[in-house]
Write a protein that binds this ligand. Sequence first.
Ligand code: EPU
Length: 305
Amino acid sequence: MSVRRASDRLSTAVTGIVRRDEPLARRTTYRIGGPAALYIECDTLSSIGKALDILSEEGIEWTVLGRGSNVLASDEGYDGAVIVLGREFKRHRVEGDRIRTGSGVVLAAIVRDAYSRGLGGLEFAAGIPGTVGGALAMNAGSRDAWIGSLVDTVTLWVPGVGLRSFHHREIEWGYRSTDLVSRGVVVESELRLHEADRETVRRVTDACLTARRATQPVGTANAGSVFKNPQGDSAGRLIEACGFKGRYRGGAQVSEIHANFIINTGDARAADVLGLISEIREAVSQTYGIELEAEIRFLGRRTEA
Ligand code: EPU
């Protein structure tokens, strides 16, 4: 594996940006994380294909990052390549009640379009940070609505194969999970919304946003819910009941507003967040016999937890 050689080859082959030692703190909403060995922003589809071929030939692992809003990156960084979808993937188009969207589009952009056109279905997504691709990959949503339910087709770049479109029924949709990432790079999707009363769409969207602002630490550096809700219960309730609200470790703090959020108060390290995660898991397991499962995605070398 030669990162230097890969970087040289990528710089020639890829339309976009190729950098070495890119700080992941700059690429995640947590603002935490050491350097990724390679950062590749692909502006075109053919660049993705070329980049994946080069990485495979050079034996370098890779992962795709959206806005990094559900990611805790290691303090030691990531030995592989982080791929970000650039220009060609930041476009979307509304056709009747359908939205065809590139994966690099921010979710807020299509929520806004649905809001102004009176298209129903996306109201729950108001205030969810991140890109459409990231939201699809993890089936982002609220307590009772998730993006997968709106999907007609998802188009992937499958390594070694090329572009493939999958219908909703060909994809495994779980609670905050899908099998998309294991199959390839999510490049585009078609969502089916429904014509609705414009005022109702606006009222429901505004209500979702207001509820989120009242119950979640909006505006702080965080990565959303740290744990998935266990069946029939709420991770936030369990963590609060174990006395963790407001608990600090280094620069990381369990949110005073919602105990299932750990926030970076300014100088948190991944080790601080991981330390709190371990303490919480241990306490909830001891007190309730429930093993909390992480919702956030870990990237890079793990030093703890
Ligand atoms: N609760 C507490 N203490 C807390 C937080 C919550 O007792 O510190 C209680 C609340 O009072 C409520 C219950 O727990 O009775 C559920 O809380 P909430 O309605 O805030 O929803 P949640 O289950 O914690 C889920 C999703 C959120 C989503 C909201 C709103 C998960 C893990 N979380 O939160 O999704 O925004 O519903 O629909 O599924 C995310 O996935 O990153 C995320 C933020």
